[in-house]
Design a protein around this ligand. Structure first.
Ligand code: C2E
Ligand code: CA
Ligand code: CA
Length: 404
């Protein structure tokens, strides 16, 4: 198929008999048939069954636009076809502007529709959300929107230290939501809702703005003034794929007066691979301004490694699930050693996440890991506590200094 990956609006010509996409593949686009006809088939009871034959003006492959799940059918051109692709990035822009209820209901309808479609139900749909779950999410979304407008959101900062001398290299900014009587909501819970409802866009910008401003205050406090600290901020898939959001984030950094080279954006492997073209565009935009890019939770994404040289990356963050098993688990130790070797080969900086024990820090240090972050050094703290923590270290009144 003559696929133009760079211009999603570009017409595609498909010859008769060619496969447009296969059942089970990941997809990032739907197609409008301009001319020709397309057969849609899916495996049922072990054999391929023709579901429909579509013609001029019909749209197919649209489900992946909303939920990003694998194709539930195969599409093949019956005769020479002209197709107009519609990418997920284009739809995300529109959906991002829709209200939370519309987005959630659309996703619910879609997952139910997929659940009744075909014999092989892909794993993600086994846990189709019930209306009660959608209602609970909407409740969170409504409160989260208010929290964003009010002052119930906070950013905490977790230091990232050099393992050689335990000096501070930078911080990771982590969002916190104090939901009144309920207390702090676990970030994975409200971040997931923010992603589902599009609230991740204002939330992400807010966190970035706070973090950029905090970095300047933390830097001012830091005695070793010639050592420039960095600030790491998490970027969710929805932010990366939303058209124009990369520029919004760049503008946020500029408006906050932060040096782009001191800002690191953390992106998970899955966010990169969901919509590689949109991700690549955003990452090039960040990189072009001197912002550093990190792969978060490295090794947990079940992905190939070929994206490592496709994207302009600076850092790999070794996931806590590996770090927590060392040094006692020999397989994990080998894995961490291999990741560090990969980092050296690819000229990437390694940061170990979730270091809780001195023996973990010692093992990482012995393996040549340069940076670490974890409760062993400090938990994520409000800015005032972070400043105090730094002051204690600077004055030598540091009971938290770690021996390993
Ligand atoms: P993450 O990006 O992997 O962040 C690291 C998580 O590990 C944080 O959890 C941190 O508190 C926790 N952690 C750090 N050191 C240790 C340790 O030694 N032991 C243990 N057990 N945990 C440790 P947190 O703050 O609950 O955040 C969870 C996730 O929520 C984050 O995982 C990130 O994916 C997401 N998140 C948090 N804030 C934001 C944000 O502003 N934007 C986006 N997009 N995601 C965020
Ligand atoms: Ca992170
Ligand atoms: Ca992480």
């Amino acid at each position: 198929m003559n696929t133009n990956l760079h211009n999603p609006w570009e017409i595609q010509h498909v010859a008769a008999g060619e496969c447009i996409f296969r059942e089970g593949e990941t997809g990032d686009r739907a197609y409008l048939i301009e001319s020709g006809s397309v057969e849609i088939s899916a495996k049922q009871h072990g054999a391929a069954q023709i579901l429909s034959v579509l013609g001029e003006g019909d749209v197919f492959g649209e489900m992946t636009l909303i939920d990003g799940h694998p194709r539930s059918a195969t599409a093949r051109a019956l005769d020479d076809c002209t197709l107009l692709p519609i990418t997920r990035a284009q739809i995300e822009t529109k959906l991002g502007n829709a209200d939370p209820l519309t987005r959630l209901l659309l996703k619910l309808i879609l997952s139910r529709f997929r659940g009744t479609h075909g014999e092989r139900e892909p794993a993600p749909f086994k846990h189709t959300r019930t209306l009660q779950q959608v209602a609970a999410e909407l409740n969170i979304a409504t409160d989260l929107r208010q929290a964003l407008e009010g002052d119930a959101l906070e950013v905490h900062y977790q230091p990232i230290v050099r393992l050689t001398d335990q000096t501070i290299a930078g911080f990771e900014a982590l969002a916190r939501w104090n939901r009144g009587a309920e207390g702090y909501v676990p970030p994975p819970k409200f971040i997931a809702v923010a992603e589902d409802t599009g609230l991740i866009l204002p939330l992400g910008r807010w966190v970035l703005n706070q973090a950029c401003r905090a970095l300047q205050r933390l830097q001012a406090q830091y005695c070793a003034a010639d050592e420039a600290l960095f600030m790491s901020v998490n970027v969710a898939a929805g932010q990366l794929h939303h058209h124009g959001e990369a520029q919004m984030l760049l503008d946020t950094i500029t408006a906050a007066g932060a040096a782009p080279a001191r800002i690191k954006l953390e992106i998970t492997e899955t966010a990169l691979l969901d919509d590689p073209q949109a991700a690549a565009r955003a990452m090039q935009a960040f990189c072009g301004q001197g912002i550093r890019l990190a792969i978060d939770d490295f090794g947990t994404g079940y992905s190939g490694l070929n994206y490592l040289h496709r994207f302009p990356l600076h850092t790999l963050k070794i996931d806590r699930s590996f770090v927590s098993q060392i040094p006692q688990d020999a397989a994990c130790l080998r894995l961490v050693r291999a990741i560090l070797g990969l980092c050296r080969e690819m000229n990437l900086v390694a940061i170990a996440e979730g270091v809780e024990l001195p023996e973990q820090a010692a093992a990482l240090h012995a393996l040549g890991c340069e940076f670490a972050q974890g409760y062993l050094f400090a938990r994520p703290l409000p800015e005032s506590d972070t400043l105090q923590w730094m002051e204690q270290r600077a004055t030598g009144d540091d009971k938290q200094s770690v021996n390993f």
